[in-house]
Design a protein around this ligand. Sequence first.
Ligand code: P6P
Length: 333
Amino acid sequence: MTDSMDQRPIITVQQYILREQQNFPGVSGEFSWLLSGITLATKMIQAKVRRAGLSDILGAEATVNVQGEVQQRLDLYANSALLHCLGVRDSVGVLASEENDKPIVLRASAGAKYAIVFDPLDGSSNIDVNVSVGTIFSILRRTEASMVEGGDPLEGLLQPGYKQIAAGYVVYGSSTILVYTTGRGVHGFTLDPSVGAYVLSHEHIRMPEKGKYYSINEAYRDTFPGHYGQYIDSLRQQKYASRYVGSLVADFHRTLLKGGVFLYPPTTDHPHGKLRLLYEANPVAFIAEQAGGSATNGTTRILDVQPDSIHQRTPLILGSQYEMSQFAKFQPK
Ligand code: P6P
């Protein structure tokens, strides 16, 4: 099927994954079924995000999540949509969400071989002011030990990021774009609201080797370890511009497409960083590396960090080859 205005075929994300499955037997049919749970939930979420100003869904609930953050109503809706849509996928055994203190064991059996960790609506503090927000997800294969009779279903949930079998995000911006990787490159799909399908729009995304933006919340500059300020000054001297949205998904999506560097260093309020390792840093680090960039916690490759808790936070520095090699020169010996 081709669009008369453009000879490129129109390929939906489902068609793309089926084609991947034919080329890569390792990507079982279960993956496309699982991903369809995420795409369905994000279509439901985007419909609410697009109408947030019109319906009684703006504003904060009286509740606070495990992070101590005031939960916006859309946060709760997004979390419910993902829990429901993924919960009915038999191949999913465990779900962990930023909005839930504890992981949710759906099925302990060996058939339910995937665990999914996600941030249902990242950047939610921006919802009321119509700034881009996003959903971030990471898919892990459960360990054998967690699926044996009498085993602990949560055993092995804390896997380092290099064990991810897939990761992605949906950015609810001027358009709704799904970006994911299964370890064979990074691909982007734009939601066509007229047909309700994610259509291939960015195949084989590559992060430029060098960009022109750095992205950091400079309000905390005085509390960063000193070498971060020296690094930012060096970029300024190279005529970099600053871009900072305050939604990780929006800041990462720009860095992925335009290059440059994004940093959330340790600060006084968050000495171990603010961003969460399992469902924010790991997914974007996997995508960054697959697109030719890299991601560290300031000293160690993010994907090599061994998590010790579900909601563990981490510093995050990620971006293009040039900017990341420059950053390495400023790291204390
Ligand atoms: P700050 C949003 O609340 C978030 O978790 C990320 O999406 C974003 O990158 C970061 O926090 C922004 O934090 O301290 O700059 O407002």
